[in-house]
Unconditional design. Structure first.
Length: 202
């Protein structure tokens, strides 16, 4: 799994664009009052930090691998504590952010949700709650399906945490499906959630 390159691409290209479109909130660490907040002992097969080099892939040469890893950790910690939010009514997680061109107040989108799921998988090994957070993000996706296809997510999350009143957005659904494939290769699919089957269903 070329997670080193993928994570660098996410941090460099995607995360800043998420931040620009998000409402900035307090940086209180997210907590859930259920068993999914406990440390999951399932070992990560491709744990962060990474020090891999791939043929035909570009990596900075002016800083060390340790510096790059620490920069990712610092930004990840900021993102997690600022935008990964616990639901008001249910013990699940979502990624907070405004929806572009929305006609209603919103809490997030399927696109930002998919980014959060990908990031959570790639930070397993550093964050001991990565799998628990990923599963809580999946559960939110699972209860906020699109009106046009129940295998997809409603593209917007309304202020009252509805998203099943909305159609879907391809980019968000592709991110979520990709995250489920990554989760399969990170933790396997023999647990409560069959990650690979869920990705194939999408």
């Amino acid at each position: 799994m070329k997670s080193c390159l993928v994570l660098q691409v996410i941090v460099i290209l995607f995360v800043p664009s998420i931040l620009q479109s998000c409402k900035k909130k307090d940086t209180t660490p997210v907590t859930l009052n259920n068993e999914r907040t406990m440390i999951d002992t399932t070992p990560a097969r491709n744990p962060f930090t990474h020090a891999k080099t791939w043929n035909n892939c570009i990596k900075p040469t002016n800083v060390s691998q340790d510096v790059m890893n620490q920069d990712v950790i610092n930004y990840y910690s900021y993102w997690r504590n600022t935008y990964l939010r616990s639901c008001d009514s249910i013990n699940q997680l979502y990624v907070e952010g405004e929806a572009t061109n929305s006609q209603i107040p919103s809490k997030g989108t399927s696109e930002s949700h998919g980014y959060g799921m990908i990031i959570s998988v790639l930070m397993a090994g550093y964050d001991v709650k990565a799998k628990a957070n990923f599963d809580a993000l999946y559960d939110f996706f699972d209860t906020h399906r699109s009106t046009i296809n129940k295998e997809l997510m409603g593209w917007e999350v309304a202020e009252d945490e509805r998203s099943n009143a909305f159609s879907s957005a391809t980019d968000g659904d592709m991110d979520i499906a990709y995250s489920l494939i990554l989760a399969h290769y990170q933790w396997g699919s023999s647990g409560r959630i069959h990650y690979l089957q869920e990705a194939q269903d999408m």
